[in-house]
Write a protein that binds this ligand. Structure first.
Ligand code: MRU
Length: 356
């Protein structure tokens, strides 16, 4: 059975009755419900407001956003269809800046659109929907492949620290970093996870802890600032994180706090692994310094939901990603294998061998 047809314990996005449904990740873990979308603008707002988040999941959502827009417009005149679909691409591209998978997916959808020139809007819409389904199915397959490569890096009994959520919820299913952990467990190893809570949006506490518990994978939640202490006591054997964008030289943009964890891991001689599909590598960006880093509303720092714990107008900054230099990365795990000590030469060769 192809991996994409295997049962997923968590369905991040699904196609139902001609609409895209996405699990509302803002409500997890207290509530599990899906929101339904029928336009590019709706999906863009879902991405911006974090209904869906995580680089590969954002890419899949954007692909469906384009398909939904084309379906919505399929009975319009050809010129109107083109103009409105172009606007749909723009609104999706403006939703979040850092995860390159968003732009990768839009480029893939644009390619299909261009190849449909001469077709009717209805034919184009149907091709775009087929492509969105293909993006989703391929993501699950890729994660499983990445998992199998990465699993070999984990010893039986490994205690693994992860930051943010790079799991099923951050992808179409199975996960990148958490996919490696799932694959190691499927291979018969005992692996347990420490999940950083991941302030300020609490992806670790709310999402990683929840999804691992769904699969009965042993997980212990820690405050972000406890990681160094546990490392110093020899309680962490490896770190695995995902990525939002990997620059041509191997620098990695990921959730804010990842860089801190990488520095701590180096200090304690703990391997620091990054699991990311080739679609997360951006060779158009020479180094991490050029990766656009999203800054979100400072209210996310002053409180969460309705709860406020800082003075109302206290100045606050909320950069939501940081950059880990390539020399702190022990290995980059992709669907093509494990690249130790990633650098520009190795990454260039990998992409040359796997044009995409
Ligand atoms: O702001 P988010 O929740 O979209 O950030 C997500 C991350 O930083 C993940 O670690 C990254 O996208 C890898 S997901 C497989």
């Amino acid at each position: 059975m192809p991996a994409s047809k295997q049962r997923l314990s968590v369905e991040t996005l699904r196609w139902k009755n001609g609409r895209l449904e996405m699990i509302d990740q803002r409500a997890l873990p207290s509530e599990v419900h899906y929101l339904s979308y029928d336009s590019a603008a709706g999906v863009a707002e879902g991405i911006r407001s974090m209904v869906v988040r995580g680089a590969p999941a954002i890419g899949c959502a954007a692909a469906y956003g384009v398909a939904l827009e084309a379906l919505r417009l399929q009975h319009a005149a050809a010129s109107e269809f083109s103009a409105q679909l172009e606007a749909g691409f723009s609104v999706l591209a403006a939703s979040r800046p850092t995860a390159v998978n968003l732009f990768w997916a839009l480029a893939r959808m644009r390619n299909v659109w261009q190849n449909c020139s001469g077709g009717t809007p209805t034919q184009t819409a149907s091709m775009l929907l087929a492509e969105a389904h293909a993006v989703r199915a391929a993501d699950i397959e890729i994660n499983r492949r990445m998992g199998r490569h990465g699993a070999a890096l984990l010893e039986d009994g490994a205690r693994v620290l992860t930051h943010c959520n790079a799991g099923a919820l951050a992808t179409a299913g199975y996960g990148t970093a958490l996919g490696v952990i799932r694959a190691a467990i499927e291979a018969g190893k005992k692996v347990s996870v420490f999940a950083d809570e991941t302030r300020p949006f609490l992806q670790g506490a709310r999402l990683t802890a929840w999804e691992l518990a769904q699969d009965n994978i042993p997980v212990t939640l820690i405050a972000d600032n406890a990681a160094g202490f546990l490392m110093s006591r020899g309680e962490i054997d490896a770190v695995i994180v995902g990525a939002d964008r990997v620059a041509a030289n191997g620098d990695v943009a990921n959730k804010i706090g990842t860089y801190t964890v990488a520095v701590l891991a180096q200090r304690h001689r703990i391997p620091f692994y990054v699991a990311a599909p080739l679609s997360t590598i951006d060779t158009g960006i020479a180094s991490g310094a050029d990766i656009p880093i999203e800054e979100r509303n400072a209210d996310e720092i002053r409180g969460y939901g309705e709860l406020r714990w800082a003075p109302q107008d206290i100045p606050a900054r909320n950069p939501v990603f940081d950059v880990t230099p390539a020399d702190l990365v022990t290995a980059l795990i992709t669907e093509k294998g494990v690249m130790r000590a990633p650098d520009a030469g190795k990454i260039g060769k990998l992409l040359e061998e796997n044009p995409g």
